[in-house]
Design a protein around this ligand. Structure first.
Ligand SMILES: Cc1cc2nc3c(=O)[nH]c(=O)nc-3n(C[C@H](O)[C@H](O)[C@H](O)COP(=O)(O)O)c2cc1C
Length: 204
């Protein structure tokens, strides 16, 4: 029997139903026939910020786990074959809730790169057309690479962008549109998801 690839979609924006949620939905919709999909909203979970105690380095566990939901979230990462994260640019980085999630994933690395060979893909939509989405994706790529993951991008036709990037602002300064009208954001999110599945199937 062919194993169904498990994909975890993570909304890193604190806002449900907005641009990153729309693009993440487009990505997950594209692969719904090929994958066993779970989508989570980080805003639904309590994630205490890492305080740098380094217990995870010594004992491979986190003392904060007993007071929040991070153990449950790490289990979801472990269970997935592929992970797609959508994040806005907040001053060129991920929002606090997503950064807290990234930092608190450290015990998985310290326990022996438990996320090694998981396939990662990233989407970033922001207010401005050039609102440092690439920097957000770079930060997420580093997160995945440091965990030992495999990072893939949107690989479409020659003229299609290689990163899944969207914005509320269109090509003109005063042109703002809904994310459901963001042709490049939607298309590149779909391409990204297809690529994630293609690679995850080869690995699983
Ligand atoms: C604290 C904060 C910082 C932001 N910084 C930027 C920024 O540097 N560049 C940008 O284009 N948009 C910035 N924005 C706007 C968000 O990226 C924009 O609202 C985005 O669509 C949010 O994603 P969402 O619709 O999925 O929630 C910022 C918003 C907030 C709340």
């Amino acid at each position: 029997m062919i194993k169904m690839v498990k994909v975890l979609g993570i909304l890193g924006s604190p806002r449900k139903g907005k641009s990153n949620d729309t693009l993440l939905d487009a990505a997950l919709e594209k692969i719904k026939e090929d994958a066993d999909i779970e989508k989570i909203y980080l805003v639904d979970y309590n994630i205490i910020p890492c305080n740098g105690c380094d217990t995870c380095v010594k004992k491979m566990e986190c003392p904060l786990d007993k007071n929040d939901d991070m153990k449950q979230l790490r289990d979801k990462l472990l269970d997935a074959d592929a992970i797609i994260i959508a994040s806005p640019s907040y001053f060129g980085g991920p929002p606090g809730i997503l950064k807290n999630f990234m930092d608190r994933s450290r015990p998985l690395k310290m326990a022996g790169h438990k996320l090694k060979n998981k396939v990662f893909g990233f989407i970033s939509s922001s207010g401005l057309r050039y609102g440092a989405q690439h920097e957000v994706i770079s930060a997420l790529m580093n997160f995945a690479l440091i965990h030992g993951g495999i990072v893939v991008g949107a690989a479409g036709k020659v003229i299609e962008p290689n990163y899944a990037i969207g914005s509320f602002q269109g090509d003109k300064i005063k042109e703002f549109r809904k994310s459901s009208e963001d042709e490049i954001g939607l298309k590149t999110s779909e391409l990204l998801a297809s690529h994630v599945i293609e690679i995850a199937k080869r690995i699983c």
